[in-house]
Design a binder for this molecule. Sequence first.
Ligand SMILES: [Zn+2]
Length: 132
Amino acid sequence: MKDVICDQFQDTVSQLLIKHKSILDVLTKQQESSTRVNRAIVKAVTSCGCVEIHAIKQEIGDEISMENIHEALNNHVKGQLCEQCREVVEQELGNHLFYIAALCNSLDLNLLDIILKEKKKINTLGIYNMLR
Ligand SMILES: [Zn+2]
């Protein structure tokens, strides 16, 4: 059961990637795109202010069961991305996906196969996967 959209995306990336065809360029562009995702999120906090980060030490008491661990932990994000910041973060994540697909193409790997293997792994490990 192949997901056609994922394969089409990877094929389109292959056709469009001309300027940065070398794997060295792909590796550095992929790293740059990851940084740009982080920067877009930080700018949502520091420039726009639509979201805030209130980070504290995560306390997991002995009385917390694995089933209730989601309620005990916090992602430290307060608020929601405004429309403009959401658009920028989505654009940067899309650009990051482009270079991940390009890296797959450079190494003759199938992006969907990787997603399916990871899905199988996290389904198998279940909640214990969170502790890695
Ligand atoms: Zn915003």
